[in-house]
Design a protein around this ligand. Structure first.
Ligand code: FES
Length: 113
């Protein structure tokens, strides 16, 4: 299987170990969680609570909110603005229970009758 299309440009910085969904990953001190996730085979950070579609970091500057994940127990953390630290626990945000069905067309167009 091919790896991620992304690679690090950060050659300096001490290695730190973070955990993504329980799996240890080596990162570099000073880089963001989103940058580390984009180097993984699966680059998504969250599922849409409505459609369940997987979303991944996009803007990398705190604007789009596509990079939300749970970091050290804090949900909906913008991983593109969060610097890694040794032992950090990161979990991809899964679709919330009870929101597994896509919004129907009737709910999309409440003014149509
Ligand atoms: S990637 Fe856009 S807000 Fe984090």
């Amino acid at each position: 299987m091919a790896g991620s299309m992304f690679r690090t440009l950060l050659e300096s910085g001490d290695p730190v170990t973070i955990h993504l969904d329980g799996a240890p990953i080596t990162a570099r001190r000073g880089e963001t969680v989103a940058a580390v996730i984009l180097r993984q085979i699966e680059t998504w950070t969250r599922q849409s609570p409505i459609s369940g579609e997987r979303r991944a970091p996009y803007c990398m500057m705190g604007v789009c909110f596509e990079c939300l994940a749970e970091v050290d127990g804090q949900g909906s953390t913008q991983t593109c603005l969060t610097i890694v630290h040794e032992g950090m626990q990161v979990r991809r945000q899964r679709q919330r229970p009870g929101f597994s069905e896509p919004v129907s067309s009737e709910q999309d167009s409440p003014n149509e009758s």
